[in-house]
Design a protein. Structure first.
Lengths: 233, 233
DNA sequence: TAGATTGTTAATCGATTAACAATC
DNA sequence: TAGATTGTTAATCGATTAACAATC
């Protein structure tokens, strides 16, 4: 459908790489905070918790920002990654659902410093409309359209119960939101062209539980094997 | 290192599959709540937001729990997946760091119903030790060892600021915790055999920002192309 | 020039998907 | 038996990694 222009030189960054760029950005910020001016791919990879070959391959999709024999200039690389991700500008964000999690998200200090600005907190419950959270007054969910258009909001965060998530997503999309971060434990469906990412506490815990169980089974097996020592080959 | 026993028939479930099993579990629970007794792979795939070939492949790693020509028994499959993940039992969990996010996590109702039980809330700040959150009193961080051993805690949740995360992780590992869910915006390193999963709000938002920016660029390009209509081939 | 480190190649590994034989 | 749907095969696609030539 979308014709690829030939002027841009095949700028397709793999999804796995895109997901790691923010990690590199954070690691570079930590290095800069420690007054480190230059780092090797090995240094940065260690700080980011990945292997250095992967890091260099990832960076190679952005361009050639290092110096052979020397390494990377921390500030320069940081700026290039920030620009590539798009967080040199400020993205207006709305949060819908100001329960416990919504409160925590609204108060999250990492927003502002990382290229995002919470322009509105919305909740369907009128009881919450008095409240001021992190300096922002909670407003009715029905104000979504007006706010989204006024601030040109492209990114929405859903922190409602599961039952409301699809409805909120539909309204967001209708209001022009094209990227959604969904904290509700529900699958939401959206039209093509809208991106959804999902964060789910209980799913993360269940993945850990699976591995825990496997470890437990392995231990049990090892012990049985040890007890039956000297058995058949 | 770990010798694979031959009695268990090569029970290696790919990581990508493991990460989807909890999604299937939730979808099956939703179907059961709607009094649906049987479903096809197509039905379940739709409910889980994946394609049906992938779903069937995933389920095939667990065993053969469907009936050709008929589909899957919802309750039976749900039990089999829960057993495979290990959430038919209850996992004791500790949460460290009872700020905004820690509060939200402690109050999260999906815990209990999904195989987890919060046995302790810990915080280093003595000011918080009076507090009772979700019916559980906040206790000193130094109680970690005692609590972890008493309840045989295998899973820990870190909801502290980034600066404390590595220290908390080290203490958890020393206390026998072998799976960590890390909400702090920091890379933590742990010994082999300890699993860490990371949930990071600002990274998720940055990934969305990247795609937003790409959409914006594409629109701009399309408009330029449209304006220059009738140009060279 | 010698030493260091990048950017890239190519091999390997793992995940996705369509298609269909098996079978209820 | 005819229709439906699973479980599996095999082809394809994407991600990881080691190794090293290029080059500062």
């Amino acid at each position: 459908m979308t014709a690829r222009s030939s002027s841009e030189t095949a700028r397709v960054i793999p999804e796995a790489t895109v997901a790691r760029l923010p990690v590199y950005l954070r690691a570079l910020t930590a290095l800069a905070d420690d007054h480190i001016r230059t780092c090797s791919s090995e240094d940065l990879a260690t700080a980011a918790g990945v292997n250095s070959a992967k890091l260099r391959k990832d960076l190679s999709y952005l361009g050639s920002y290092g110096t052979r024999g020397v390494g990377y200039d921390v500030d320069y690389l940081r700026y290039q990654i920030a620009r590539e991700i798009g967080v040199t500008q400020d993205w207006p964000v709305v949060i819908v659902g100001i329960g416990n999690l919504g409160h925590a998200l609204a108060n999250y200090s990492g927003f502002r410093s990382r290229g995002f600005r919470v322009v509105a907190l919305l909740d369907a419950d009128p009881e919450r409309h008095e409240e001021i959270v992190a300096g922002v007054q909670v407003r009715p969910f029905d104000d979504l359209e007006a706010i989204a258009r006024e601030h040109a909001v492209a990114i929405g965060v859903i922190a409602t119960p599961a039952g409301s998530a699809q409805d909120v997503a539909d309204r967001m999309v209708a209001a022009g939101v094209t990227s959604i971060l969904n904290f509700a434990p529900a699958v939401i469906s959206v039209p093509d062209g809208v991106d959804v990412r999902k964060v789910d506490l209980s799913i993360e815990l269940q993945i850990l539980a699976y591995h825990e169980q496997r470890k437990a089974h392995e231990h049990a097996r090892d012990e049985i094997a040890a007890a039956a020592a000297g058995g058949e080959s």
